[in-house]
Ligand binder design. Structure first.
Ligand code: BTN
Length: 257
């Protein structure tokens, strides 16, 4: 049904019963020359990964676990905005079943402050680089899971009275949104303003206006007010003393509200 509904929109869409991690599978497939815009969806992951090498709980039938292999032909520095595009697609898929999901920059979707989806974009070296974009969206309750990356409690669409919790329908909504948004993003070479997406993201972003602590990979931490998102998808943080810092999504280890 997924393939029929999305006919012609992706190079191919494979659905498997179970795998370790769809991101790991497509990273390998990219090395082996897989086509741009190949989608892999698993009913269950046995070694689902989140950011910072955490695990992503992926029990059979509870969530959407999917990855897209992309060769967008944009330079490395423009890839940070791809998580923004994926976040907007998740938000639209949630909206299609009556749920207002807000986006926590750079990688999470929240419902009432709890995490319902996570995004993991992994660049694969090359010139230009290719990317595996992984999306995990909790549709049905997961049962007992530890708080996700960032310490947020987990939730699902079903726990917020989604109109429809058929995972195939949600996958169709998510991928068809992503298809259109990613085309715009690519044509604009990753520039969110040019793609016409920055306004939508600003409006959907729960991080803006909040006091944040951003931990950088070198261990340093930046404390300030999340002031804006720039066209490259970077967060602008105003620190005490009035200085503005730019944080690249790929550099962030943890954003605390
Ligand atoms: C995060 O919030 O830390 C990101 C979670 C990303 C999970 C998805 S599920 C599909 C894809 N395959 C994986 O192993 N991870 C991503």
């Amino acid at each position: 049904r997924l393939n029929a509904a999305l006919k012609g929109r992706f190079a191919r869409i494979d659905v498997v019963e179970r795998t370790g991690s769809t991101n790991a599978d497509l990273r390998k497939a990219l090395d082996e020359g897989v086509a741009d815009r190949t989608v892999l969806l698993a009913e269950e992951q046995t070694a689902g990964v989140g950011r910072r090498a955490r695990s992503w709980s992926s029990p059979k039938g509870a969530g959407l676990y999917l990855s897209v292999a992309l060769r967008p032909g944009v330079p490395f520095h423009a890839l940070g905005s791809l998580s923004v595009v994926a976040g907007l697609a998740v938000r639209a898929a949630a909206a299609a079943v009556g749920i207002d999901a807000r986006l926590k920059w750079p990688n999470d979707a929240l419902i009432d402050g709890a995490k319902c989806a996570g995004i993991l974009a992994e660049a694969v070296a090359g010139e230009p680089p290719s990317v595996v974009l992984g999306i995990g969206l909790n549709v049905l309750p997961l049962g007992d899971v530890e708080p996700g990356p960032g310490g947020l409690p987990a939730t699902s669409l079903a726990e917020h009275d989604a109109w429809n919790t058929d995972r195939t329908d949600v996958a169709i909504a998510l991928l068809s949104e992503f298809d259109g948004l990613e085309k715009r993003w690519r044509l604009a070479a990753g520039d969110l303003t040019e793609a016409g997406l920055l306004g939508d993201y600003r409006a959907a972003c729960a991080t803006l206006g909040q006091d944040v602590e951003v931990q950088l990979p070198d261990g340093a931490s930046l404390i300030g007010r999340a002031a804006d998102i720039d066209p490259a998808g970077q967060l602008q943080v105003d620190v005490a003393g009035g200085q503005r810092h730019t944080v690249f999504a790929g550099d962030v280890v943890h954003v605390r509200r």
